[in-house]
Design a protein around this ligand. Sequence first.
Ligand code: PMP
Length: 450
Amino acid sequence: MQAEGRFTLDKSRAMFERIAKSIAGGESSYARLKKGLELCFDRGQGSRFWDVDGHEYIDYSLGYGPLIFGHNPPEVTAAVVEAITTRGSVATFPYDLDYEVGEQLVQMVPGVDQVRFANSGTEATMAAARLARAYTGRTKIVQMEGGYHGFSDTHYWSIHPDVYSDNPAPYSPEPRPSSRGIPPSYGEALLIAQYNDRENMEMLFDRYGDDIAAVLVEPIQANSGLIPPEPGYLEFLRDITRQHGALLIFDEVITGFRVAPGGAQELYGVIPDITTMAKALGGGFPIAAFGGSEEVMGLEARNEVMHGGTYTANLVALAAANVVLRIMRERREELWDRLNTYGARLCQGIGDACREAGLRNIVQGVGPIWHIFFAKPGAPDLDRIRNYRDALAYSSVEIFDRFHDQMLRRGVYFHPYHLERWFLSTAHDERDVQETLEAAAEAAEAVAAE
Ligand code: PMP
């Protein structure tokens, strides 16, 4: 843990200034950093990483999730090194790893009979939505307010509207673009719903049922903090989409190969028509996939729907995914026992530590992902957060920021935005858990005393 009082990020700041001269905004993805916290990375190993000032952190951000086995997992690294030194990097022909990874995916993910590879979650989701539109001959995709499916023109809408406003506009099914530069007409192909709200979804199907191609949903909403489905909600989505001839798409970019080897669909036993996967699938190497029943994927098989890319199914990505999936299958009991046990202890312990210090909060988690929502002054007395609107009404940016700062100083890192979530890897151990809970107790006291 860092020694308190001597915590500075001088080298990070100097490096960041240099980077920002050639890299617009100093980073190649929006919102990785927080203003004033321009942490520059040196190296990672297992559950920890080091910044350029030499600080060591227990990492609960894990590259936004891919590092399910922690930083630099030896078996994955070895497989990638072997692939690139003995075979090359880009194949652009079918080869053995296609079926090795493909067959493992089909075995592991209940809703997947056939897959296609992609390079990122953004791409996989765009491909899935296009497939659903082609299959149904309809246009509109329903997605959840506060959900995230990548930064594309087609999905980067209504992500966290008015999150910093004291006077947020009320919910509307009409989407709102979350970036400048998105053609307004793309919004006509979307509808915005509230996660965990059945009446809201029924209303949308009553009004627009004949135009809805699919409901696209993170089965556990993991981009507004961490919000599990209410009992029966996923089953309800399965039923209502089927009744109206629409498809159900699970975006399992975060939940896949994480809450269970077969994702949230395995955990909850609800099988979507199309699944998107990324992050943990590559264990840190860039790969994504989308898949579904043979009937739906038949449109891809016959090239009636276009999906492609120079780097899809490249050797590096498939060599990594091949080992990741093999390890998960061979050691599933042990790995998920560990993830679930440590996840539950951290989730409970962090919430308790903050409550004991007088910081009102709600902690929600599913296995190795969780989040802490701190109550803002005057927050409604909720017992859980069910959707983005609850998170908006309840969650304090300021207390979260202060807690984050105090944890950082004590060598614990999680994403600095108050509506991301914490990730756990199989590399985290007893010592990490102990140190994190001690840090949380001290950090909470420090925030309460400020
Ligand atoms: N879907 C979900 C649920 C995500 O969380 C993300 C990324 N955080 C994406 C899609 C986009 O994935 P990528 O960043 O790999 O494009």
